[in-house]
Ligand binder design. Structure first.
Ligand SMILES: Nc1ncnc2c1ncn2[C@@H]1O[C@H](COP(=O)(O)OP(=O)(O)OP(=O)(O)O)[C@@H](O)[C@H]1O
Ligand code: SF4
Ligand code: SF4
Ligand SMILES: [Mg+2]
Length: 463
């Protein structure tokens, strides 16, 4: 059903989580425009017609029912009937509703000053409950360029939210620095307020982020009021709501959060960030609490804001599909460190770090019903970071080394250097602008390039 949907709505849901390498979904997240229908209204014809990308004039006249749509298949769409079938052979409906053409990959200039940067950033939480200090962020270098979208990916507890909070100045680092447009963040009240005007945080759960007793207007106006921007406040709030896709804003300003759908609530949260005209948003899991069809609409909004306002974004997610859908670059985090970073098409299609490969191997893939290789071992603990390479207790690459192989000693006892912020093709360990924190990755590149021709360099490992 997911491979060949027979209803346009199923097609949108099936494409909401993209397959890595599917160029049609690169920079083109699938989503469903509009809002769910009002169940109190009697509508003639197909109830999905107002939002359907394949609507026909007859859809609004003819009542739908579940019709046979192939062996053991039924669909409530008139397009499965012979007279409305899109193609004589009844090809998959999804083919007629392809998302718009993928955008070209943007090229980032490494000469330009990054808009937001972490340099050697460390965040340590104090010891508690008999455990030592937690090194949640343990030496991170990361740059976000103007108008660039960077995805920060990694499993639960690896330090993504702590890094995100440190970048907006909500957590004071134990070491290193956060820089905005080349200036180091200081932690006085005035400096933090100024920083947060330019660097805005968007949280995961919009229902929790909004005060249930505050109208949409007050929720969006809160930031400008805190920053003393009282002149032209109504225009500022209306403009932010429009840019966040809540149009016309007059329809929304007087509503309370419970009168909005989850997607609309997330748009209000984003409007609250936009009301301060920031240069960067740091969005912590912005779509993980939303349903599949709304997810694509919010991701499209982030892309549009970049195109229209040159707004840069750090998008935190445990979902690699988010990176494939909208990010220019991706940084993969493990136990407080970035272990691989580079352009999305490099890192996600030619992963070099065993951890990135493991994350990719468990993604569902239409061509493969078998579950991927789930990472074994204990979940990582920032109060007890292993010696040598911090990924070694769980590393499939290390586990696959033949007994007695000298390289194992490197993994077990030699710490892997912290990755610098940006890769260029001349940098040590850099391939096509991506960087990887693994002793064996560089050796693998050399060995594989001697085994395979150009272009097949990583194919054996990537499998
Ligand atoms: N205030 C705190 N005090 C002590 N430890 C903390 C605190 N906040 C986070 N941690 C620990 O720091 C580590 C990183 O947490 P963080 O919330 O940044 O992870 P995450 O990658 O965002 O995870 P998730 O995907 O579950 O949101 C975790 O081990 C967590 O238990
Ligand atoms: S009946 Fe028409 S509007 Fe309804 S799902 Fe099918 S094509 Fe879309
Ligand atoms: S350095 Fe060794 S243990 Fe670490 S990721 Fe590479 S192969 Fe695995
Ligand atoms: Mg988190």
């Amino acid at each position: 059903m997911l491979a060949e949907p027979r209803h346009p709505y199923t097609g949108i849901l099936a494409r909401a989580f993209p397959r890595m390498g599917d160029q049609a979904s690169r920079m083109a997240p699938a989503g469903l425009a509009g809002e769910p229908p009002d169940l109190r209204e009697e509508a003639a014809g197909c109830p999905f017609a107002p939002r359907c990308p394949e609507v026909l004039p007859q859809c609004r006249e003819r009542d739908v029912q579940l019709w046979a749509a192939g062996p053991e298949r039924e669909s409530a769409c008139i397009r499965v009937l012979d007279e409305f079938r899109p193609e004589p052979n009844g090809a998959a409906l999804a083919d007629t509703a392809k998302p718009h053409a993928a955008l070209p990959e943007p090229v980032r200039s490494t000469d330009e000053e990054p808009v937001l940067e972490a340099r050697g950033l460390r965040v340590v939480f104090p010891p508690r409950a008999g455990r030592g200090p937690a090194r949640a962020v343990d030496g991170v270098n990361l740059q976000i360029g103007r108008g660039e979208i960077v995805a920060l990916i990694g499993e639960s507890g690896c330090g993504k939210s702590t890094l995100a909070r440190a970048l907006v100045g909500l957590v004071t680092p134990a070491g290193g620095e956060v820089r905005y447009a080349g200036t180091t963040l200081r932690y006085s009240g005035a400096a933090l307020r100024e920083h947060r005007r330019h660097v805005q945080l968007v949280l995961q759960d919009p229902a929790g982020a909004l005060n249930p007793r505050q109208t949409v207007f007050d929720a969006v106006a809160e930031g400008p009021r805190l920053h003393g921007m009282r002149a032209g406040l109504t225009d500022r709030v209306n403009g932010a709501l429009s840019r966040a896709g809540l149009r016309p804003p007059g329809q929304f300003v007087g509503r309370y959060p419970h009168e909005l759908s989850g997607g609309q609530q997330q748009r209000v949260v984003i409007a609250g960030a936009l009301a301060l005209d920031p240069s960067v948003i740091v969005a912590d899991e912005p779509v993980s609490s939303l349903d599949a069809s709304v997810r694509g609409e919010i991701l499209k909004l982030v892309l549009n804001l970049r195109d229209q306002l040159s707004l840069a974004a750090l998008i935190v997610s445990h979902d690699l599909g988010v990176a494939w859908n909208i990010a220019d670059r991706v940084a993969v985090m493990y136990l407080g460190r970035i272990v691989e970073v580079g352009p999305v098409s490099e890192v996600l299609l030619r992963p070099r770090h065993p951890y990135t490969k493991a994350l990719l191997s468990v993604l569902p893939d239409g061509s493969n019903d078998r579950p991927g290789r789930v990472l074994g071992g204990e979940p990582p603990d920032p109060t007890n970071i292993p010696p040598g390479c911090r990924f070694h207790p769980r590393c499939p690459r290390l586990a696959a080394l033949p007994a007695g192989d000298d390289r194992a000693e490197l993994c077990l006892s030699t710490p892997v250097p912290v990755l610098p912020a940006a890769g260029d093709d001349s940098g040590e360990g850099s391939v096509a602008g991506s960087l990887v924190a693994c002793h064996l990755a560089a050796i693998d590149v050399v060995e594989e390039s001697s085994l395979a021709g150009p272009g097949q360099r990583f194919s054996q490992e990537a499998r």
